[in-house]
Design a protein. Structure first.
Length: 169
C-alpha cells in the first residue's frame, strides 16, 4: 500500500463544512500473552474452558478504529498457543501454583493524526496562449472558478461561476 494514500472523511461529526484527512494506517501484528495463575488445577481448567471455545482458532471483534474518520474494522484475535506449567514440588501442605499461558496475535493498525481542512472554494489557473504562431509572443490568460453561494456547505445546492481574464499582467 502506498504510504502517501490518504483517508478522507467529509461531513463527519460537528464540522460539516470541513474535510478530515489522514494518511492510511500501518498494519502490525501484535503478540499478547495472557497468564492465568491458579491455586489448584480444577480452577485453572474452569477458566480455560470458558475461553477456548470462542477461538477456532480466531475470534473477530468489530471496532471503531478512528471515530473522527468513521473508520470501522474487524479486529482478528488469533489464539496461537496454550501452555501449562505446574511447579509444585514439596509437601502436600505447601501452596501449589499452576500457570496457564495463552498467546494471542492481533492484526492491528496504527494511524497518524487527523488533519482538518476547508473546502476549495476558488480555483485559479494561469495559462499562456500563442496569439500568432509566427511571432514568439504569448498572451496570458487567467481562468478562475468560484462556487456560489460562498457560505454553502457540500450538502447545500450550489453553482459555480467561471471567469476568463485575457491579457492580464
Amino acid at each position: 500500500m502506498n504510504i502517501l494514500t490518504k483517508n478522507i472523511a467529509v461531513g463527519v461529526g460537528d464540522d460539516a463544512d470541513k474535510v478530515r484527512v489522514q494518511y492510511t494506517s500501518t498494519p502490525y501484528t501484535l503478540s499478547i500473552s495472557l497468564f492465568i495463575v491458579t491455586k489448584n488445577q480444577d480452577d485453572g481448567l474452569q477458566i480455560i474452558e470458558q475461553i477456548l471455545p470462542f477461538f477456532n482458532p480466531d475470534f473477530c471483534v468489530s471496532i471503531t478504529d478512528i471515530p473522527e474518520m468513521g473508520i470501522k474494522r474487524d479486529l482478528q484475535i488469533i489464539l496461537e498457543n496454550v501452555s501449562y506449567e505446574d511447579n509444585y514440588e514439596g509437601e502436600f501442605t505447601q501452596r501449589q501454583s499452576i500457570v496457564w499461558n495463552l498467546t494471542f496475535n492481533l492484526g492491528i493498525n496504527f494511524y497518524g493524526p487527523v488533519d482538518m481542512q476547508g473546502y476549495i472554494k476558488t480555483a485559479i489557473a494561469n495559462t499562456y496562449a500563442a496569439i500568432n504562431p509566427s511571432v514568439d509572443t504569448l498572451e496570458k490568460i487567467k481562468y478562475q472558478v468560484t462556487y456560489t453561494p460562498n457560505d454553502a456547505s457540500y450538502l447545500d445546492d450550489w453553482n459555480y461561476v467561471e471567469q476568463f481574464d485575457e491579457a492580464y499582467e
